[in-house]
Design a protein around this ligand. Structure first.
Ligand code: PGA
Length: 254
């Protein structure tokens, strides 16, 4: 019904050669592991993108971790969506909490980036999630709803159908603290209900919602067994081919 995705986010790690060899290993290792309607995505730094895109397969796609919102122009140091698309990438991570937090990316800016990605036929992996303070204050459902409303709810249903969502509680990213399967499922179910209210149940049921935040080989199976968790966005554990493969395999047991 909806696609299951395990996406790796390499962040700002790996030099050129290291990235190429890790991607080749991943392609070889997942060859026999990706079953049914499952896709593996590797989101690399820009520097690797054109080379690994040439090695991409029907089962392993590549994506960027950012784009600029403008089509082209005098934006020194930035990379456009059409440039990313032109090397063969299929996805782009948008709204990651590190972009929101360290680079001041606002919901309004992210809405522009989502538009630019879709215009250039890149599928956004749009990240949402609450901070530790917001979780403790208990208003995290409101925070997540606002991120959806301001980041993607301006899209038509046809456009929204191309978006993948990733719920990433900020307190779980790179901290070793993982949301429990029940905590994650609770939010995923809330997200799907919010989508159903906006776009109808059919589109909500067809939307892939990933979990991200310290997902690793020992917790992936429990997380992925939850009804509304359709895969993972994997940071640290995506840098080791064996760990990443274990996470991909964890999905096959669903
Ligand atoms: P992590 O990162 O798996 O290292 O916690 C996840 C992410 O930032 O997407």
């Amino acid at each position: 019904m909806r696609k299951n995705i395990v996406a790796g986010n390499w962040k700002m790690n790996l030099d050129y050669e290291q990235g190429l060899s890790l991607f080749s290993e991943i392609v070889n290792m997942v060859k026999d592991e990706v079953v049914g309607d499952q896709e593996v995505v590797v989101c690399s730094p820009f520097i690797h993108l054109s080379s690994i895109a040439k090695l991409a397969t029907a089962k392993v796609a590549v994506g960027a971790q950012n784009i600029h919102q403008a089509d082209a122009g005098a934006y020194t140091g930035e990379v456009s969506a059409s440039q990313v698309k032109s090397v063969g990438a299929a996805y782009v991570i948008l709204g990651h909490s590190e972009r929101r937090g360290y680079f001041g990316e606002t919901d309004a800016l992210l809405a522009e980036k989502v538009n630019t990605a879709l215009k250039n036929e890149l599928k956004p992996i749009f990240c949402i999630g609450e901070t530790k303070d917001e979780r403790e204050a208990g208003n995290f459902f409101d925070i997540i709803k606002t991120q959806l409303e301001q980041g993607v709810f301006h899209l038509s249903a046809e456009e929204f159908a191309k978006v993948v969502l990733a719920y990433e509680p900020v307190w779980a990213i790179g901290t070793g603290l993982t949301a429990s399967p029940e905590q994650a499922q609770e939010v995923h179910a809330f997200i799907r209900a919010t989508l159903a209210a906006k776009y109808g149940q059919e589109l909500a049921d067809a939307t892939t919602i990933l979990y991200g935040g310290s997902c690793n080989p020992s917790n992936a199976e429990d997380l992925f067994s939850q009804a509304d968790i359709d895969g993972g966005l994997i940071g640290g554990a995506s840098l080791k081919s064996r760990d990443f493969l274990s996470i991909v395999k964890a999905f096959n047991t669903k």
